[in-house]
Design a protein around this ligand. Structure first.
Ligand SMILES: [Cu+2]
Length: 147
């Protein structure tokens, strides 16, 4: 009797594809997300303030954006008087901690933007939280001479 096998297999597959569900809302909140757009290049840096209002450590394990082919967390450092950037993932945020991503420090680097960004545009940033799903934040594009 092989007849019953296929539907059972399909059901098993469906349950695998179903969302994990029942995930608690992330304790992480994000504020003041903005992007510094530089005309003529297809990379941009995004900044925001993250706050962990929960009782557990939140780990930001990655970032993506539908507007960019790739995105990652970067850290700017001064090495031998020169500003360099390097990947910084994952980012651990302790309970009650506020982490500010700001020019000269941590930032989200967007690579291979799919379109030129103009001041006032809103770009979604998807923060991947380890074991806690995603948090999508809208970042507003500021003009280059803005703050
Ligand atoms: Cu960078």
């Amino acid at each position: 009797m092989r007849v019953g096998v296929l539907p059972a297999a399909c059901l098993a597959l469906l349950s695998l594809l179903a969302p994990a569900g029942a995930a608690q809302p992330p304790a992480l909140s994000a504020q003041d997300a903005w992007i510094r757009a530089t005309p003529g290049v297809d990379v941009a840096a995004a900044y925001l303030t993250l706050h962990n209002g929960g009782t557990q450590v939140v780990v930001l394990s990655g970032v993506s954006s539908p507007e960019a082919a790739s995105a990652m967390l970067h850290e700017t450092r001064i090495v031998n008087g020169q500003s360099t950037m390097r990947p910084h993932e994952p980012l651990r945020i302790a309970p009650g901690e506020t982490v500010r991503l700001a020019p000269g420090g941590l930032h989200i680097m967007l690579h291979n933007l799919k379109r030129p960004l103009a001041a006032g545009d809103e770009v979604p940033l998807v923060l991947l939280l380890e074991g806690a799903g995603n948090l999508t934040v809208m970042a507003r594009v500021r003009p280059l001479d803005g703050e």
